[in-house]
Ligand binder design. Structure first.
Ligand code: ADE
Length: 255
């Protein structure tokens, strides 16, 4: 069971996105769990304000360190850990600890390799950034890995957190409802998916490629790999270059 804990100002948004579709089914099956922790619950005032003006001036507001840190401690306690345990684990790779991410456009770009890496974790805590950001002291204490989902700016870290959870969940064995390891490897190999067809065999004069009807598994696999390579070269030359650099033998065969 993989446990996601999301530190957010919009817990109901996280629950809604995640509990529909495939990820919701994975949750029902007990493959993943999601707890959205409301940072606002850790406000120190009756108005539930957790943000304040920025020292030194500047437009907008900043999330205060206290509520952010306290919500993180709550997530740690759900992993049966104190902050002291966490600090110790940070400097000792032998000790078990949750993966702690912070969604920000400044982070390492999220990709399939990163998703594969995360799919092996037991506990993932995601801190969602907001407004102009978070007081630096909370970041310094939590020491999260900063993750971006691309070079564009969103209003908050909830959608990035949902993107990360979705892509990680589908990689957990059993989540997709079938044990097709090839499915888990799309993109992993730096290749795009080959074209696929279902019934009817002919539609508006367009026929399904005959090899797919042949029942010849080896030929089908070869055709699919060729189509994947062709498509990647056409649509994502950057990925194609990467693939070719890692598969020099295939390149020779293709010539
Ligand atoms: N927060 C705002 N924009 C973001 C992005 N592109 N990736 C991750 N977190 C974000």
């Amino acid at each position: 069971m993989m446990r996601f804990q999301i530190l957010t100002l919009f817990p109901e948004m996280m629950q809604n996105i995640f509990s529909s579709s495939v990820t919701g089914k994975a949750m029902e099956k007990g493959i993943v769990s999601l707890e959205a922790i409301n940072i606002r619950d850790f406000a120190d005032n009756k108005y539930k304000h957790i943000d304040d003006y920025i020292y030194g001036g500047g437009s907008g507001m900043l999330m205060q360190p206290g509520p952010v840190f306290d919500s993180f401690e709550k997530a740690l306690s759900n992993c049966e850990m104190t902050y002291e345990d966490y600090e110790k684990a940070l400097s000792d790779p032998e000790l078990k600890k949750p993966r702690v991410l912070y969604t920000t456009p400044q982070g390492r770009t999220f990709d399939q390799k990163f998703a594969m890496e995360l799919s092996k974790e037991e506990n993932i805590i995601i801190l969602c950034g907001h407004y102009e950001g978070i007081d630096e002291r909370a970041i310094e204490l939590i020491k999260p890995e900063e993750v971006s989902i691309g070079d564009f700016v969103l209003t908050g870290g909830e959608l990035p957190a949902a993107v990360i959870m979705d892509s990680v969940t589908r990689l957990i064995p059993g989540a997709l409802g079938k044990d097709d390891s090839a499915l888990y490897e799309t993109f992993y190999d730096d290749l795009l998916e080959y074209p696929q067809y279902t019934r009817p065999e002919e539609y508006k004069g367009m026929k399904v490629p005959p090899v797919l009807l042949s029942g010849h598994h080896k030929n089908i696999a070869e055709w699919r790999l060729e189509e994947s390579i062709k498509r990647t070269k056409e649509k994502r030359p950057d990925l194609y270059e990467k693939y070719m650099a890692n598969h020099p033998v295939v390149e020779k065969k293709k010539k």
